[in-house]
Design a protein around this ligand. Structure first.
Ligand code: SF4
Ligand code: SF4
Length: 256
């Protein structure tokens, strides 16, 4: 349910959580093969070229935009995972992301890669969505925001129909306001942004062709990639809704 470069927390993706090994033994092998494919075919260089086309800008580092599981292409994910493994922080990041996955529907949460001191744990390899935030012109940002809010409401309705649970309004209606303080060297339109996303889609298509990526795995949320490692999708979906129901119940009691 994530829109391109979405700006609002997603609500309904069903992914899961586990222990320290890959839940699906084939998954690790598939991702390692994909990593090799990327390296041998210069796909990481192509990714860097796309990132290099993002204009420069001045950011105050307020972290207001680090408020969700941002959409992440597979090639970006491969690089993030490699970066975390190389820096010895893979397990820590995995645990943080899984926590996010479990409670995302119950309460608004910051991106799990955000450190307590306001730094990004994966700053050097952060996804395109993070890199372009602040560059989008206000009108385009507003249109995107509206679309995402609508999608979140639709998703919340689906959850209600399926599970009989009303998600907290703080989750469904949550939005990241337009950033007034970022100074872009070249503000972008939706079209400019889409060109960059299309180029990443084209890189990911290479993995589709070799069967290392499934069509429904294009541009998942960052947390969804982590969750896939150890969590059972169906069990996680149930757990997420259960936490949301508990939160709603606690809210009702507090109101009485
Ligand atoms: S882009 Fe804007 S909202 Fe995000 S950290 Fe920078 S100043 Fe804050
Ligand atoms: S990945 Fe980093 S830059 Fe992107 S939202 Fe998370 S903390 Fe912020």
């Amino acid at each position: 349910m994530r829109e391109r470069s979405e700006t609002v927390t997603g609500t309904v993706t069903a992914t899961g959580a586990g222990s320290a090994t890959f839940r699906d033994p084939d998954l690790d092998a598939r991702w390692r093969a994909a990593f090799d494919q990327a390296r041998e075919n210069g796909l990481f260089e192509r990714l860097s070229e796309v990132y290099a086309r993002v204009p420069g800008g001045r950011c105050s580092g307020c972290t207001a935009c680090c408020a969700e599981s941002v959409s992440t292409f597979f090639v970006e994910w491969l690089r993030i995972r490699d970066f975390l493994e190389a820096s010895g922080r893979w397990s820590e990041a995995l645990n943080r992301a899984e926590d996010y996955a479990r409670f995302e529907l119950a309460r608004p949460m910051k991106c799990p890669m955000l450190e307590a001191d306001g730094r990004c744990m994966i700053y050097e390899v952060r996804p395109l969505t993070c890199r372009i935030f602040g560059h989008l012109k206000a009108a385009d940002y507003g249109r995107n925001l509206k679309a995402v809010l609508k999608a979140n409401q639709r998703a919340a309705e689906e959850i209600f129909k399926h599970y009989g649970v009303r998600l907290p309004a703080a989750v469904v209606e949550r939005s990241i306001p337009f950033c007034e303080s970022f100074v872009s060297e070249a503000p972008m339109t939706s079209g400019d942004r889409d060109e960059l996303f299309d180029d990443l889609f084209s890189i990911d298509s290479r993995f589709l062709m070799t069967g290392l990526l499934e069509p429904d795995q294009i541009q998942l949320g960052l947390v969804d990639w982590f969750a896939m490692v150890r969590l059972e999708g169906d069990a996680l979906a149930e757990e997420r809704v259960k936490h949301a129901a508990e939160m709603a119940e606690a809210g009702e009691k507090a109101d009485k």
